[in-house]
Design a protein around this ligand. Structure first.
Ligand SMILES: [Zn+2]
Length: 300
C-alpha cells in the first residue's frame, strides 16, 4: 500500500470557526503540536517531535494562535501544527530536520498522514500572505483553514487549495501476445528512475480528458478504457494524485512536449530483469505511481 491512507483523523471541520472552542483545545494538557518551519520537520529516534503547549511557549516565547493549524482529533486527543517563524527554532529541537519526502520511510502511518496535512497547509499559508484580489496582507483565521484579507474594503476569504494531477499506467498487448507497460523518465529525475505518465489537470477539463491529453502530449499515444484506481495526496506542491489505468490504441511513441527524455514499452520480464540488473529504478516505494506499476506487474 502507498502512503497517506490513514483514515482515523476526525478533522472536525464544522468546529473550525468556533474561536472559543479552538482556544480551549489549545490549552488542553494532552493536546499536541507538530512544530514545522516551511517544509521542514524535526525528528528523533521515536519519530516526529511533537510538543505540548508549555514546550511551544518555552521555544517561541508565546503561543501565537495565528500560527496554529488544527489538524483534528484522533482517539480523543487533539493535534495541531505549529508554524515556526525561523529555522533556528526547529533546529533547537533536533539536529535531524528534513522534509516529509526524506522522512517518510521513518514515520508510522499516523505521523506521515498528519505531517502531510501540516506540510500542505503550511505551504499554502506561506504562499497566500497577500490577497490575490487587492494585494493587502491576509491573516489566518478559522483554526488555520482560512486566510482573510485585512483590507476593510475587500475582506475576501481565501481557502486552502489542492491541485488535481492525474497519473496513468498505460498498457497494451503486442502482436506476440505479450503484455507491455509504458514507462518513461524525465531528464531531471534520479538516474535510471522510470515511472508512468503524470500531469496536472487543466482548467475546464474532466479527469478522463486530462488523462487522454497527457498521453497524447507526452508520448503521442491515443488511449481508451480509462479506469480510475486510487488517489494519493502529495504536498509538493499541494496536490492530489488521481491514479488511472488505460489501454493504448496506438503504440508508436513520439515525445511531443519534451517533458520526458525517453519512454518505451516494457514487458513484465524486461522490467524485472532491468530492476535486478540495477539498470532501472521504479518509483518511490510509498507512491501511487509505484502502486500502479506493481499492480500491473502482479496482473501480468
Ligand atoms: Zn483583499
Amino acid at each position: 500500500m502507498f502512503a497517506f491512507q490513514f483514515d482515523r483523523l476526525n478533522r472536525q471541520g464544522e468546529l473550525r470557526h468556533d474561536e472559543q472552542l479552538f482556544a480551549k483545545l489549545l490549552q488542553q494538557d494532552d493536546t499536541l503540536f507538530l512544530p514545522l518551519y516551511k517544509q521542514f520537520l524535526a525528528i528523533n529516534d521515536q519519530g516526529l517531535i511533537w510538543l505540548k503547549l508549555s514546550e511551544i511557549q518555552q521555544l517561541t516565547g508565546t503561543l501565537s494562535k495565528i500560527h496554529c493549524i488544527y489538524l483534528g482529533l484522533i482517539d480523543g486527543k487533539n493535534y495541531f501544527a505549529y508554524r515556526l517563524q525561523s529555522s533556528e527554532q526547529l533546529r533547537t529541537l533536533s539536529n535531524l530536520t528534513s522534509d516529509l519526502r526524506t522522512l517518510l520511510p521513518q514515520l508510522n502511518e499516523q505521523e506521515a498522514y498528519l505531517a502531510n496535512v501540516a506540510t500542505a497547509l503550511n505551504q499554502w499559508h506561506s504562499s497566500h500572505q497577500h490577497c490575490g484580489y487587492c494585494g493587502h496582507e491576509t491573516f489566518a483565521t478559522d483554526s488555520g483553514f482560512v486566510r482573510q484579507c485585512s483590507n476593510q474594503d475587500c475582506t475576501k476569504q481565501h481557502f486552502p487549495r489542492t491541485d488535481p494531477a492525474i497519473i496513468v499506467a498505460i498498457s497494451h498487448t503486442d502482436a506476440t501476445g505479450t503484455a507491455k507497460l509504458l514507462l518513461g523518465r524525465q531528464a531531471n529525475w534520479p538516474e535510471k528512475r522510470f515511472s508512468v505518465i503524470a500531469g496536472f489537470v487543466e482548467p475546464g477539463e474532466s479527469l478522463e480528458q486530462a488523462v487522454k491529453r497527457e498521453a497524447l502530449e507526452e508520448i503521442g499515444i491515443d488511449i481508451c478504457d480509462i479506469e480510475y484506481q486510487n488517489s494519493q495526496p502529495w504536498p509538493f506542491p499541494q496536490s492530489v494524485m488521481l491514479g488511472f489505468t488505460a489501454k493504448a490504441k496506438t503504440v508508436d511513441i513520439q515525445l511531443k512536449d519534451q517533458e520526458l527524455e525517453t519512454a518505451n514499452w516494457f514487458s513484465k520480464k524486461e522490467i524485472q530483469q532491468l530492476v535486478k540488473d540495477e539498470k532501472m529504478i521504479l518509483p518511490f516505494k510509498f507512491s501511487i505511481s509505484r502502486m500502479l506499476v506493481e499492480q500491473w506487474l502482479n496482473k501480468n
